[in-house]
Design a protein around this ligand. Sequence first.
Ligand SMILES: NC(=O)c1ccc[n+]([C@@H]2O[C@H](COP(=O)([O-])OP(=O)(O)OC[C@H]3O[C@@H](n4cnc5c(N)ncnc54)[C@H](O)[C@@H]3O)[C@@H](O)[C@H]2O)c1
Ligand SMILES: [Zn+2]
Ligand SMILES: [Zn+2]
Length: 382
Amino acid sequence: MRAMVYRGPYRIRVEEKPMPRIEHPHDAIVRVTTAAICGSDLHLYHGMMPDTRVGHTFGHEFVGVVHEVGPAVENLQVGDRVMVPFNVFCGRCWFCSRGLQSNCHNVNPNATAVGGIYGYSHTTGGYDGGQAEYVRVPFADVGPSVIPDWLAEEDAVLMTDALATAYFGAQLADIREGDSVLVLGAGPIGLYAAKSAWLMGAGRVVVIDHLEDRLEMARTFAHAETFNFAEHDDVVVLMKRITGHLGFDRVIEAVGAEADGNALMHITSAKLKLQGGSPIALNWAIDGARKGGTISVMGAYGPIFSAIKYGDALNKGLTIRGNQCPVKRQWPRLLEHVQAGHLKPSEIVTHRFTLDEIPDAYHVFSAKLDGCIKPLITLSAA
Ligand SMILES: NC(=O)c1ccc[n+]([C@@H]2O[C@H](COP(=O)([O-])OP(=O)(O)OC[C@H]3O[C@@H](n4cnc5c(N)ncnc54)[C@H](O)[C@@H]3O)[C@@H](O)[C@H]2O)c1
Ligand SMILES: [Zn+2]
Ligand SMILES: [Zn+2]
């Protein structure tokens, strides 16, 4: 089969790989019909993620058709159209039974640190991902769901991570009726988080980024107020000025460790590797929240960081929450919102590529060329 393959930082190819096979009675093999590239894949592409091995296939956002099932699989049949959460999870351990599917204890030798994720390096279990013609899906009875007939393929693929993560991010922010909400980052996660904040009763939603086409999408898709941080000398002063100097009730950080906006942080992290990335967006979240407020961190961070304003967070009495999203837990409520027409996930899709074009897709998305906000990979007809 054909699959996207990692060859080193900024170097990916499409190659022939052996067909995945049923390795365990609870496995299924899914023929992928549509996949996506996530902002998280860029951390792999840039070589920022430890233990990203040459030969690994990325892709944790995918939908497809069940091609084969192991002898113990009961809930799926060959031919079912399924969406697959980005988490690999067992459904039975202490964590899964409490809804913490992203913290499953049975799917990763590093399980005390992080759960299992498709196509996201050996740090998260080494599972090959869905930017390929076929993918092995472990615990097939508990992860995938059959796609409802009314849900379009391109909307379904966005439920497997981006939309679910953003909605979860808004949930962790603990938004109450009328709250002011700041979203840092206007990528797919930030855009959907801004939209989700309204669904949860926010009274004001502000989005900050420095890419104009994304800020435009934040205004049209998410009806948010927007600010371009590149146009302001001091973002902290800006955040205080627009909130009567108190700060925002809730902040959703949707940027992560590859944040722009501070040259010194960029040099100490990306260039000198003195820390696991730039904490500038996290520090803006701490500065931008009002005392007693909540920060929800959806952006990805490596394990070790310095220069985080933890003392300020403590003295302001902030609640800081974060996790990898337990995707499947979000689906019942999200499906209601999508079916009711409260949002159309695929409205933020800007680009579609074939699997053979995936090296270009990574380049365009990584360099933020051509107004690229969310690229999909179209494999074959369902
Ligand atoms: N927790 C989870 O389960 C989970 C799931 C998916 C993605 N993520 C993470 O969420 C983050 C966002 O994902 P995405 O797909 O939207 O990525 P993306 O790269 O498309 O978007 C990030 C946005 O942040 C902007 N940005 C950079 N520096 C900034 C700053 N200092 N302040 C404000 N904005 C800034 C960029 O211009 C970009 O528009 C990534 O770190 C990704 O790894 C986490
Ligand atoms: Zn992702
Ligand atoms: Zn589990």
